[in-house]
Ligand binder design. Structure first.
Ligand code: FAD
Ligand code: FES
Length: 261
């Protein structure tokens, strides 16, 4: 797969250190599905040399959006870019979420910026132009350290969204996995769970899913240098004992496939 140069359409700050960028990329979005990602770097640019992975957050007309947090050099550079400037971009990459139309009660569980691919999943398969398909029961659990880090709250206003913050500044006081457990204890049981977020959250979720025998698909955001299976820097251990490249076999895996220690 070759890299292309693509034009930025907009790059809007949505919260402190969080930006939503739209990129004109008709050839990439043609085959893109929720959970897949793109590798990106500002262009032209020799430092940093390597591209960085970002989930596809949304697709509109000929463009895709990414939602990103400024954490280091590349994301800092991206945050300073504006419409008409160019990026180097490769994608769509990896294996995304598997949609199962027979699973009617659906839990989405996001931690922080992990909300990015789940919005694409929600919008592609579960919302129609009136914003919901009635034959699904959708529950969106969004967790973050503070209220200001609960990104995309406005995108969730038309579904049953529940929030958790580590400092109690919005919603449930505690971890999003505890909020999900509490909801299950109240009698709502999911047929399927989709999740993306920090590794400890995914691990906790996987334990719950295995305990109750619920299908659970997790996006594992390992550090990735190439995104195409060439560097083996993103190895994930499976219960079979095999190590696989998360960028090729994932980033989305079934919870039951992952060997956590
Ligand atoms: C499949 C995939 C999808 C991703 N999707 C998104 C997304 O939609 N939005 C988003 O903001 N980020 C996403 N990430 C993480 C993103 O790739 C990193 O934040 C980015 O590479 C940081 O680049 P940088 O040059 O700014 O920072 P660097 O200088 O490379 O790193 C800065 C700090 O961030 C840490 N870091 C780097 N990569 C990761 C990672 N994958 N997870 C946790 N910490 C990391 C580094 O250890 C370091 O401490 C995704 C990662 C993967 C693998
Ligand atoms: S990032 Fe290079 S093999 Fe996965």
């Amino acid at each position: 797969m070759s890299d292309i140069e693509a034009k930025i359409l907009y790059n809007t700050q949505v919260a402190e250190k969080c930006f939503r960028m739209s990129i004109l990329a008709p050839d990439i979005i043609k085959n893109a599905s929720p959970g897949q990602f793109v590798m990106i770097k500002p262009w032209p640019c020799l430092d940093p040399l390597l591209m960085r992975p970002f989930s596809i957050h949304r697709i509109k007309d000929n463009s895709l959006e990414i939602l990103y947090m400024v954490v280091g050099k590349t994301t800092f550079m991206l945050s300073g870019m504006s419409a008409s400037q160019k990026l180097r971009i490769r994608g769509p990459l990896g294996k995304g979420f598997k949609f199962n139309q027979n699973k009617k009660t659906v839990f989405f569980v996001a931690g922080g910026i992990g909300v990015a691919p789940l919005i694409f999943l929600l919008e592609k398969y579960y919302l129609n132009k009136n914003n919901i398909f009635n034959d699904y029961q959708l529950y969106f659990f969004l967790g973050a350290s503070t209220k200001d880090m609960l990104f995309c709250r406005d995108d969730l206003s038309h579904i049953n969204a529940m929030f958790a913050t580590d400092n109690g500044s919005k919603g449930f006081y505690g971890q999003v996995t505890a909020l999900m457990d509490k909801t299950m204890q109240s009698g709502i049981s999911p047929d399927i769970i989709y999740s993306c977020g920090p590794a400890p959250m995914l691990r906790s979720l996987a334990e719950t899913a295995l305990k109750y025998n619920i299908e659970c698909q997790l996006s594992m955001e390992e550090t990735m240098a190439c995104g195409i299976g060439a560097c083996l820097g993103c190895a994930v251990k499976l219960t079979s004992g095999e190590y696989v490249a998360a960028c090729q076999k994932g980033p989305v895996f079934m919870a039951k496939e992952i060997q956590w220690d």
